[in-house]
Design a binder for this molecule. Structure first.
Ligand SMILES: *[C@@H]1O[C@H](CO)[C@@H](O)[C@H](O)[C@H]1NC(C)=O
Ligand SMILES: *[C@@H]1O[C@H](CO)[C@@H](O)[C@H](O)[C@H]1NC(C)=O
Ligand SMILES: *[C@@H]1O[C@H](CO)[C@@H](O)[C@H](O)[C@H]1NC(C)=O
Length: 428
């Protein structure tokens, strides 16, 4: 009884404090439509050709990698990669749409006619160290005989595709599994190193039903039930990379213990209106506890977990009423702070990982880490496809309506940096 009342008070508190101040201000209704569209895009099937520069598997690397410089050796144990600045770098990306066959059509910015190339020539410079360029061979060697699962939303897929493109410059992966129609579940195998990378679509991490054009306009989420579609495969994974957040901005109904505890922006339902911060926290808690529980019961299963922090969107202005991202240069670090909704989501993710670390401390060898990309992503309004999510959007002049993608990232592009940091985390 007392708990229920307390919970109610908290809901009212959150409703007053956040829903009306933060949520409606930061996510206007017109933007929501764009979100609905972008996040619901099913995945185009992509061709799977590679033009690898090696025709046979590369030889294994000696344990002290010739690719890492003295500089990384000094720094990679202690560096904070999450804060820094983007600096000019003339070396450019490791790959392009010709050398990598797995880029989603809507992220092939150059092939889709994006005219400016400047956004490709920036390097992330953490405040206290240097972030080494991605080393595909080192990565493959570290994940030899391992299986890494990317679990979550379309940014999990975006990051995996960046990784595949960079790895494909030295070793050709085979697509060994693909779900029937929508490509939401895929597995890639690198025969050269017997390494597997897989993708599990699960934008809430927990069990739920996504909103759709045919069904309800709102998501349904069961905050205390992990999504078995990925969780039942845990014993096959050596590492899980978790990415979620954007789907929580959409109208949703939340269940806990089999009962509705509230909903977000579903005015026609008679539920308590609540914001998404509590659900966002609970699903990560459910996810991490389920992984720890399963580890406890299986005893032997070794799985590391990396939680990628929220990657902010960059819709600006009012063009077509849904915003655009037309900038062609990064912000300087002092121009933008991680704050508001982006900062709140990131904070929740970090706190839940810290809580879970404490819970998991009895398990030796269980690694739980944060891949903190929020600041470096925030500074890159220039890294999204924008109108170039579709081929040549201005071929016949400026159309009345142009769909812009200011959530996902061009490939190649700044999302490649996430994998540079990911490699440093794996190296630790
Ligand atoms: C893609 O990269 C390859 C190899 O570095 C290069 O030969 C080719 O010219 C590039 N293609 C484009 C369109 O930039
Ligand atoms: C990776 O997948 C392949 C093909 O499905 C399988 O034969 C292999 O055992 C897997 N390896 C690892 C390390 O999971
Ligand atoms: C919502 O609650 C009001 C007042 O209690 C009631 O009149 C209405 O029928 C309810 N609507 C739904 C959809 O349950």
């Amino acid at each position: 009884m007392g708990t229920t009342l307390l919970l109610k008070d908290r809901l009212v508190f959150f409703t007053n404090r956040f829903v009306f101040s933060t949520f409606y201000v930061l996510v206007p209704a017109t933007l929501l439509c764009t979100y609905l569209y972008l996040l619901s895009l099913t995945q185009h099937s992509t061709t799977t050709t590679y033009h690898s520069s090696f025709s046979s598997p590369p030889p294994p690397l000696p344990s002290s990698s010739p690719f890492s410089t003295e500089k990384d050796k000094v720094y990679h144990h202690s560096c904070d990669y999450s804060n820094g600045d983007w600096v000019h770098d003339k070396s450019g990306p490791l790959y392009n749409a010709t050398t990598c066959g797995t880029i989603k059509e809507s992220e092939k910015c150059i092939s889709n006619g994006r005219p400016d190339m400047g956004y490709l020539y920036w390097r992330w410079k953490p405040n206290e160290c240097n972030l080494p360029r991605f080393e595909p061979l080192t990565f493959l060697q570290l994940v030899q005989n391992k299986h890494i699962a990317f679990v979550g939303d379309s940014l999990a897929r975006n990051q995996l595709e960046s990784l595949l493109c960079m790895l494909a410059t030295v070793s050709t992966p085979n697509l060994v599994y693909k779900s029937a129609n929508d490509n939401k579940f895929r597995r890639w195998h690198f025969p050269s190193h017997n390494a597997n990378l897989s993708l599990y679509w699960s934008p809430f991490l927990v069990q739920g039903v996504e909103r759709s054009n045919e069904g309800p306009y709102y998501n349904t989420m069961y905050l205390d039930h992990v999504n078995e579609r990925w969780a039942r495969d845990i014993e096959w994974f050596d590492m899980i990379v978790v990415s979620y957040g954007h789907w929580f901005l959409l109208p949703s109904v939340y269940y806990e213990d089999g009962l509705v505890i509230g909903s977000l922006n579903c005015p026609d339902l008679n539920h308590t209106q609540m914001d998404f911060y509590v659900p966002l926290r609970k699903v990560l808690r459910t996810t991490l506890s389920s992984i720890i529980e399963r580890k406890r019961s299986k005893g032997k299963s070794e799985v590391d977990v990396i939680v990628k922090t929220f990657s902010p969107a960059h819709f600006e202005g009012d063009w077509n009423k849904a915003g655009t991202c037309l900038k062609t240069k990064p912000y300087k670090k002092e121009e933008k702070e991680v704050e508001g909704m982006d900062g709140e989501i990131r904070k929740i993710e970090i706190e839940e990982v810290e809580n879970a670390k404490a819970k998991a401390s009895e398990f030796g060898g269980f690694r739980l880490d944060i891949l903190d990309v929020t600041k470096l992503a925030l500074l890159r309004p220039d890294g999204h496809p924008g109108p170039y999510m579709n081929p040549f959007p201005f071929a016949n002049g400026v159309p009345e309506h142009v769909q812009n993608d200011c959530v996902h990232w061009c490939l190649p592009g700044p999302i490649d940096t996430w994998n540079e940091i990911f490699l440093q985390i794996i190296k630790k």
